[in-house]
Design a protein around this ligand. Structure first.
Ligand SMILES: [Zn+2]
Length: 323
C-alpha cells in the first residue's frame, strides 16, 4: 500500500505531462514549451461577443485575450459561460487591466486559443460595387476569415466533432461536416500555402492548407469526383482567404482513386493545430471542434461567379493588411 502511494504521484505526473501539464505545489499548471492538448469548446455566443469587442475597439481589446481570461475563470469548463462575465472582462480591459494574466493557466489558454483564432481577425481590403456599378476598395478591420461554403449556397451542419466513425477502423470524427449539393464551391477559410493535395483513402480528394504562421492546418475533404479542385491548384501554391479551392462532393472511403463511396455530399473540414513540427502527421495530432467557429464564420461569406466552363472564382478582390 505504501509502495502504491509512492508510485501514484509519479503516475499522475506522467499523465499530466502527456496532457501538457506539470505538478507544482500540488496543482496542475501548464508546462512550458509545446502544447500537446487543446479542447476548443468556446461556445459560439462567447466567440461572437468577444469578436464584437475586438472589432469595436479595432483590436485594442483582443478577442483571444478575453476568451483566455474567461477560460481561466471557468477552469476551462465553458458550460458555465454567461455573457455578463464576458462583458465584465471587456470592462476590465477598458480600464487597462487584465487580472486573469496572474493566473497560472492564462499563458496556456492564450497560446491554445491563439493557435486557433489569431490569424482570423485583422486589417483587410475587399472590393465591392458602389452605387454607380464601379468596383471600389473597402478597407476595414474585422473578421477576415471566410465561411468555407461560398455565398448563396445552402448547407446544413450539426455539432458532430468526436462522433464515432466506422469506415476502416473505429475512430472519432476529427472534423466538421457541412452537407450541401455536389459542385458547391468551397473557399479557403484562411490564407496560406497548399501543403497537401490528392487522394486519401478516408478523405477522398482532399486539400490541406497551412496558415502563414504555421500553427493551423486546414483540411478540406470528400471533394467532387472527376473535377475536385479549382483549376491549377497545386501543392506549394499560395491561396488567399476566400479563394475557391475546390468543389463539394462525396469521394473517399476507398483505396481506389476517384471513387464516391460516401452517401451524402458534404465538405469535411478539419483544423489541426501545430505547435511543434513533430506533431504534424503524427499519432499526437491536435484536431479541434470547428462547429462554434463555423457559426461565427457564417456571417462572412465569399461571393463567387461561375464561368461558362463551370469554373467558379471569387467575385471581389481581397487583400490582407493595411496597404
Ligand atoms: Zn467528416
Amino acid at each position: 500500500m505504501a509502495r502504491l502511494r509512492r508510485l501514484l504521484p509519479a503516475a499522475l505526473c506522467l499523465l499530466l505531462a502527456a496532457a501538457g501539464y506539470r505538478l507544482t505545489d500540488g496543482r496542475a499548471v501548464p508546462a512550458e514549451g509545446t502544447i500537446r492538448y487543446v479542447a476548443f469548446d468556446v461556445p459560439a455566443a462567447a466567440l461572437s461577443r468577444a469578436l464584437e469587442a475586438d472589432v469595436r475597439t479595432e483590436g485594442e481589446i483582443d478577442w483571444v485575450d478575453l476568451l483566455a481570461a474567461l477560460a481561466c475563470r471557468y477552469g476551462g469548463d465553458w458550460s458555465n459561460y454567461r455573457q455578463t462575465d464576458l462583458d465584465a472582462a471587456v470592462a476590465e480591459r477598458e480600464r487597462g487591466q487584465n487580472t486573469a494574466e496572474q493566473s497560472a493557466y492564462y499563458a496556456y489558454y492564450r497560446a491554445a486559443y491563439g493557435a486557433v483564432l489569431d490569424g482570423l481577425v485583422g486589417d483587410f481590403s475587399e472590393q465591392q460595387t458602389d452605387g454607380a456599378g464601379n468596383l471600389v476598395w473597402n478597407r476595414q478591420y474585422g473578421l477576415k476569415a471566410f465561411c468555407p461554403i461560398a455565398a448563396g449556397f445552402c448547407y446544413s451542419e450539426s455539432d458532430d466533432f468526436g462522433a464515432a466513425r466506422s469506415y476502416g477502423y473505429r475512430r472519432r470524427h476529427l472534423g466538421h461536416d457541412m452537407m450541401g449539393l455536389t459542385g458547391t464551391p468551397i473557399v479557403a477559410v484562411e490564407s496560406g500555402t497548399v501543403a497537401v493535395l490528392g487522394w486519401n483513402q478516408y478523405g477522398g480528394w482532399r486539400v490541406g492548407i497551412r496558415s502563414d504562421d504555421g500553427r493551423r492546418y486546414w483540411y478540406y475533404a470528400h471533394l467532387r469526383q472527376n473535377r475536385p479542385y479549382a483549376a491549377g491548384l497545386a501543392e506549394g501554391q499560395r491561396v488567399r482567404a476566400g479563394d475557391v479551392i475546390g468543389y463539394m462532393g462525396r469521394t473517399g472511403y476507398s483505396a481506389t482513386e476517384n471513387v464516391s463511396n460516401l452517401v451524402t455530399p458534404h465538405l469535411h473540414i478539419g483544423l489541426e493545430l501545430i505547435f511543434d513540427e513533430s506533431q504534424f502527421e503524427s499519432d499526437n495530432e491536435i484536431w479541434v471542434n470547428l462547429y462554434p467557429l463555423m457559426q461565427v464564420l457564417a456571417r462572412h461569406t465569399c461571393e463567387t461567379v461561375r464561368a461558362a466552363d463551370g469554373e467558379h472564382t471569387r467575385r471581389y478582390a481581397f487583400e490582407e493588411g493595411t496597404a
